[in-house]
Design a protein around this ligand. Structure first.
Ligand code: SF4
Length: 297
């Protein structure tokens, strides 16, 4: 079932996203659609120069694409790694080529262009282990897909934004978006949401106060208020701790002063007692001497 999405909120969101994100340059066109598919995979999330070098090296290392398909993943990964590309692209390429042979009986990916867009999406969506970002790159760059694709990451962003229900599923959101996102903006909207989901609004550790969408985000506003309340509580706790420390220091000083006073008083008393003792002893000596004198007379 399609997710119901506010057209007005979506419009504001599209405008904000367009201000902050852009679509990267498309891959260089190749001689066949299958090669376009390969290049789209190499191009995704990689510098253009490395993608171009990897494409050239793959064509030099393997006799043809079928040889690449039947080669060990580690061999393909080695070529990609030598060009600075992620090795997981080797698995993706081999799976794509395998699906071509299994279902098209060839590498004529051109034939898929004659299918309705939902069928093309399903064809690539069914490839086990094909990461969503690669499927998106192929659909947008090679098959000019004109609907917004929704990955788990993008679904999370739209849920947090309050644009869809908190438990809305990616496919239901995709269908809902067809009613509120113009086809010509599908790719740019996907790219912006993908970049936002993977660079700002990640699953954990996302920074709402610095987010460019915070003004439109229900969850972000709550979180910013929570962060402010936490900071306030922290400030108050620190001030309280400082006051307690100052009071304890003052009490310590007072105790030390009173101990010093008591010590002085004790010392004074001891001095007085000693003097009185001396005086009494002197008096006793005088009395004894007087008595001796009287007796001797
Ligand atoms: S404000 Fe926070 S939750 Fe909302 S989109 Fe931005 S990072 Fe995500």
């Amino acid at each position: 079932m399609a997710e119901k999405i506010s057209i007005r909120k979506m419009r504001r969101l599209r405008s904000l996203l367009a201000k902050h994100y852009s679509v990267p340059a498309p891959p260089d066109p190749q001689e066949t659609t299958m090669e376009d598919v390969v290049m789209a995979v190499l191009w995704e999330d990689a510098p253009a120069s490395r993608a171009r070098l990897a494409f050239t090296n793959l064509t030099e290392e393997f006799v043809d694409w079928n040889e690449l398909r039947v080669s060990l993943t580690s061999e393909v990964a080695g070529v990609l790694a030598s060009c600075g590309l992620k090795e997981n692209k080797a698995v993706v390429l081999k799976r794509l080529l395998a699906k071509g042979i299994e279902e098209l009986d060839s590498f004529e990916f051109e034939r898929l262009k004659g299918l309705p867009r939902t069928k093309v999406r399903a064809w690539f969506g069914e490839i086990e282990g094909l990461p969503h970002a690669f499927m998106a790159a192929i659909l947008y760059y090679v098959y000019q897909y004109d609907r917004v694709l929704v990955s788990e990451d993008i679904a999370r962003v739209l849920q947090r934004l309050g644009l869809v229900k908190p438990d809305a599923q990616p496919r239901a959101i995709e269908i809902g978006l067809t009613k509120v996102a113009p086809a010509k903006e599908a790719h740019s909207l996907y790219r912006a949401l993908h970049q936002h989901a993977t660079g700002t609004c990640m699953r954990v550790g996302y920074d709402c106060p610095a987010c460019v969408l915070r003004a439109e985000c229900a969850h972000g506003k709550e979180r910013i208020a929570e962060i402010a309340a936490d900071k306030d509580a922290q400030r108050r706790a620190t001030a309280k701790a400082k006051r307690a420390e100052a009071a304890s220091k003052k009490a310590g000083k007072e105790k030390a002063a009173s101990r010093a006073t008591a010590r002085k008083a004790t010392a004074k008393k001891a001095t007085r007692t000693k003097a009185a003792g001396k005086k009494a002893a002197a008096k006793k000596t005088t009395t004894r001497k007087t008595a001796v004198r009287k007796r001797s007379r």
